[in-house]
Design a protein. Sequence first.
Length: 369
Amino acid sequence: MKIVEYELRRIHLPLVRPFRTSFGTQSEREVLLVKVTTEDGVIGWAECVAMSAPLYSPEYVSGCLEMMRTFLIPALNKATEISAAEVGQILKPFLGAQMAKAALETAVLDAELKIAGISLANYLGANKTKVPCGVSVGIAPSIEALVDEVTSYVEAGYKRIKLKIEPGWDITPVRKIRELFPDKPLQVDANQAYSRTDFKHLKQLDEFNLLLIEQPLEEHDILGHAQLAEIMTTPICLDESIISLHSAQDALELKATSVINIKPGRVGGYLESARIHNYCLEKSIPVWCGGMLETGIGRAANLALAALPGFTLPGDTSASSRFFKKDITTPFEMIDGHLEVPNGVGIGVSPDIEYMNSITKSVEIFTGK
Ligand code: NPG
């Protein structure tokens, strides 16, 4: 396949409510969209999940733009013909940049699957047509506000609740939600907010029958996670630490994690995500699909991934309305606690061009050979 044009577009979407985590508060979502056009005029879309600032991971929107424009797109342009499966190899010499690489690979894959006439879900090996929805709940201004927010999600039908925690906002809010919803699948996410001196404190979370605790310690602290896993009964699930199949295999082998959150952007794309899934399925390690406040473009592709057989826990695959009043695609609506997996060709969705244009801050176009 020959790509004749790459378009990098930065858009800004307001969030329905601020989303606070231990690494900061988001009030709007800045998104970098990638569009590729093949020589036959087939278009592929993808979303780069990097945030505006490097607070969750080292990548950020302007950095990804710079990385793509200076290194990644020129490297792809050197190859006359490319397939999605080759993108990772071509971009391998450039270190890191998983989110930027993932977006380019996904846009190429979307175009390729459109030409082949199959959906991403089929291509990846999905065996479900709908997936259960989990929801991620930010750190709230008060316990009352948290209760209101969680109650609204439970009433809407969400199958699993994830509470963001940090020192000073952990045992009390988790206890409150557990008391109110004793049977609801519940998990917590610390986004690296604790350290090895907090083990005794974190152990108190064991009494709440949580599905898992996500990334309690710093991303490089694999040993610390293994030590914590030894003393907690709550399963540890790594997120930020897992940036590839290799890192997933090592963390599992070292018993630093017993569940894996697969986020395609964080691991370099859907092809690497599928490899992690396949490895975990073989080893009977549960996986679930993480979320990064994606628009419908990224959400559609995540749903395809979450439909694979090893995704046995509900993911952060929420309805579009959880984050956006108006999405750039037809919104994903939750029915009976589930989202339908797109079955159109490629990622199965495309943006509403008029709306997308109205929230566009910049567009750069690179012509292929
Ligand atoms: O449902 O899209 C969603 C959000 C899920 O909490 C969520 N994502 O650490 O997993 C995370 C967190 C996140 C949010 C990460 C923003 C990075 C940026």
